[in-house]
Write a protein that binds this ligand. Structure first.
Ligand code: OGA
Ligand code: ZN
Ligand code: ZN
Length: 382
């Protein structure tokens, strides 16, 4: 048997972990795989009793059988499953204590390809709308790009009112907000947001004043005839990784300082308090928030506020490095789909006399990742 199943408490998988993963029909409903017991239902002094190898597992491959003490329950584990999942040899598997070597949840820097503009030269992820709609493999590639690079560009989406909602519905659910199901990005007479003017907008993430924040954003171009109004994207995870390398203290300050974000208009009063760089429990970058328009008042002891502002400025300068920013111009029919927890988006100023009109909407990454996983399963690429 290629996979040793250690049999002693000293070297074997932790007993509670092993029992919690029992695949038998009494422990998991065979119809849906859902667990049928609570952690508190297990015997208090659970121990691995007898162990036998070369037992056929449910999937047909070789397995290990465990007879449990004191309750005599029998579990059969697939040997390949055990090899892939059994807890490893102790803390600090990431080597440097950052956990960066450990598998991530799909949302942190551990599972992304970080980029600067030059890295994408000649390989900006894009696809035609018709191919995307017709071919599940094209859909898989596009969604995979959003997961790995943080964005993808769809070309040739019908130049039609509300088409952006159809795009979102190909992979998930529209997230309705105070701006409605969709928002119009065009010059307005009484703008509630600077986005609805001709002003240039520096790299930012949207809606940091919402918690949970919309994790995906779509921008669909209906018209872009005004001089100016070019688009930019910056990989915030890459920028945060650079900050950590160049100024670890600033990174640590931004990861631990809660920042208030606010938005108010006649019908809305939103407020959320989160750090600019959010890390997972292992210290890996997981979410970026950065939006000068809606950053509120920072509170705290004077020295902490001082340290925050120095770090905020360093990060802000880093995000403006031209080498980091992918510049492009949306043409009518283009729709950019991007990870609003990772990428910052920007636009240059445009002449308010010219016609520029985008429709945007929000959606969520969990739904997109689910659609991608199902496409992979169906396409045999899982
Ligand atoms: C926005 C925004 C970008 C653009 O509406 O949040 O950033 O290109 N718009 O107008
Ligand atoms: Zn069981
Ligand atoms: Zn925006």
């Amino acid at each position: 048997m290629s996979t040793p199943m250690p049999t002693t408490a000293v070297t074997g998988p932790p007993a509670l972990w092993l029992r919690d993963n029992c695949p038998c029909g009494a422990c998991r409903d065979p119809r849906n795989g859902q667990k049928l017991f609570q952690i508190t239902d297990l015997p208090a002094h659970l121990a691995v009793g007898e162990v036998r190898g070369s037992v056929p597992a449910a999937g047909g491959g070789p397995g290990w059988e465990v007879v449990w003490e004191p309750d005599g329950h029998r579990s059969v584990y697939d040997a390949a499953w055990l090899a892939a999942h059994a807890p490893g040899g102790g803390a600090g598997a990431g080597g440097d204590g950052s956990g960066r070597g450990l598998p991530g949840d799909g949302r942190t820097e551990a599972d992304k390809e970080l980029w600067a503009a030059a890295d994408l030269r000649g390989r900006v992820p894009e696809a035609g709308w018709e191919a995307y709609e017709a071919d599940p493999r094209v859909r898989e590639e596009v969604l995979e790009s959003v997961a790995r690079l943080g964005f993808a560009l769809l070309r040739g989406v019908p130049v039609r009112d509300r088409a952006v909602l159809d795009v979102a519905r190909t992979f998930g659910f529209v997230r309705e907000t105070n701006y409605g199901e969709l928002f119009e990005v065009r010059v307005e007479a009484a703008p509630t947001n600077l986005a609805f003017t001709g002003a240039g907008i520096a790299p930012h993430t949207d809606n940091p004043y919402r918690d949970p924040v919309p994790t995906l954003q779509l921008l669909h171009c209906l018209a872009n005839a005004a001089p100016g109004g070019d688009s930019g994207l910056v990989d915030g995870f890459h920028a945060a990784a650079l900050l950590r390398a160049e100024d670890p203290h600033a990174f640590a300050v931004l990861a631990r300082t809660p920042v208030e974000f606010v938005f108010a208009d006649a019908r809305t009063e939103l407020r959320a308090e989160r750090p600019l760089i959010d890390v997972d429990p292992l210290g890996r970058v997981r979410e970026i928030r950065f939006n000068n328009r809606s950053t509120g008042t920072v509170h705290g002891p004077a020295d902490a506020v001082d340290a925050f502002y120095a770090a905020y400025r360093s990060f802000g300068e880093l995000l403006l490095r031209p080498a980091l920013r992918l510049d492009f111009r949306l043409a009518p029919g283009d729709c950019v789909v991007f990870d609003n927890t990772r990428l910052l988006h920007a636009r240059t100023a445009f002449a308010e006399s010219g016609e520029r009109h985008l429709q945007g909407t929000y959606a969520d990454l969990d739904g997109l990742l689910s659609t991608l996983a199902v496409l992979r399963r169906e396409g045999g690429t899982a």
